[in-house]
Design a protein around this ligand. Structure first.
Ligand SMILES: Nc1ncnc2c1ncn2[C@@H]1O[C@H](COP(=O)(O)OP(=O)(O)OP(=O)(O)O)[C@@H](O)[C@H]1O
Ligand SMILES: [Mg+2]
Length: 261
């Protein structure tokens, strides 16, 4: 796969008539890791859902382009096929579909018809990724995420990431609920993806994750927009000082998307 670029331009998104995103601008190139931070309820997950095409989120203005192609014209499965991947803040449980079957279908959905991955090769690759992520092999035969612990679900998202090898991934709070060892393993998996062919948007609340994954760019969301961008030092300052200084600097009183103009 060639180096990709995801461009988000002046994105406005409404949910049930209420505007949540109010003009997001962000460009992610292959080879780059971007962290998106920001207080609760400022539109981070909404941005992730809108990029992946969640039906509840209506784009009222702006553009999302993947290598110049209009993502907003694509169905959800077409977005995945085009190379986009989302690890959700709350991964869903799918009863009746094993993790292994789900992974194999996802991998094959990214390949041409007639060029499906052989079962042998698939199992070999899955085993090796599971070893890398220190996962119990029995998980593969369990229904997707059903009864998985919070940490197991997050690890399973990274397993999908490693197997699917998307061009651009959005990881929404992939670190939430992880113990220290699991956090390191998840970070190891994400770091293994680093290449010019892979760009990543990491939504997180904590510098802790960024101690293990060094972002190239850090963006702060407030009021449904990216209000400030910088390098890794921006995340470090947030950890030390919180968000108050940014609100002061920008004259923001209420950072949520609430009823702001
Ligand atoms: N499906 C929905 N229906 C109604 N309101 C929604 C929906 N999804 C999001 N919202 C509202 O949009 C706002 C932004 O939510 P979002 O989940 O994007 O925040 P966030 O920045 O990801 O917050 P957190 O850090 O807590 O995960 C919130 O006020 C939320 O209640
Ligand atoms: Mg969120």
């Amino acid at each position: 796969m060639a180096r990709s670029t995801l461009e988000i331009k002046d994105l406005h998104v409404e949910i049930e008539g209420q505007e949540i995103l109010k003009g997001v601008n962000l460009t992610i190139n292959g080879g780059e890791f971007h962290a998106v931070m920001g207080p609760n309820g400022t539109g981070k997950s909404t941005l992730a859902s809108a990029i992946m095409g969640h039906p509840k989120y209506e784009v009222t203005k702006g553009q999302i382009l993947l290598d110049g192609e209009d993502v907003l014209e694509m169905e959800v499965d077409e977005r995945a096929q085009a190379g986009l991947f989302l690890a959700m803040q709350y991964p869903s449980e799918i009863s009746g579909v094993t993790t292994s079957d789900f992974l194999r279908s996802s991998v094959n959905a990214h390949r041409e018809e007639g060029d499906e991955i052989s079962l042998m090769k698939f199992i070999k690759e899955m085993d090796s990724a599971m070893d890398y992520l220190e996962m119990d092999k029995n998980m593969a035969q369990r229904y997707l995420n059903e009864g998985f612990s919070g940490g197991e679900k997050k690890r399973n998202e990274i397993l999908q990431l490693m197997m699917i090898q998307p061009a651009i991934a959005i990881l929404d709070e992939i670190d939430s609920g992880l113990d220290i060892d699991a956090l390191k393993v998840v970070a190891k998996g994400i770091n293994k993806m680093r290449s010019d062919d892979f760009g990543c948007l990491i939504i997180t609340h904590y510098q802790r994750l960024l101690d293990y994954i060094t972002p190239d760019h850090v963006h702060i969301m407030m009021q449904g927009r990216v209000v400030k961008s910088g390098g890794p030092e921006l995340a470090q300052r947030l950890e030390a000082e919180g968000y108050e200084w940014i609100k002061k600097e920008l004259g923001i009183e209420d950072e949520t998307v609430g009823q702001n103009a």
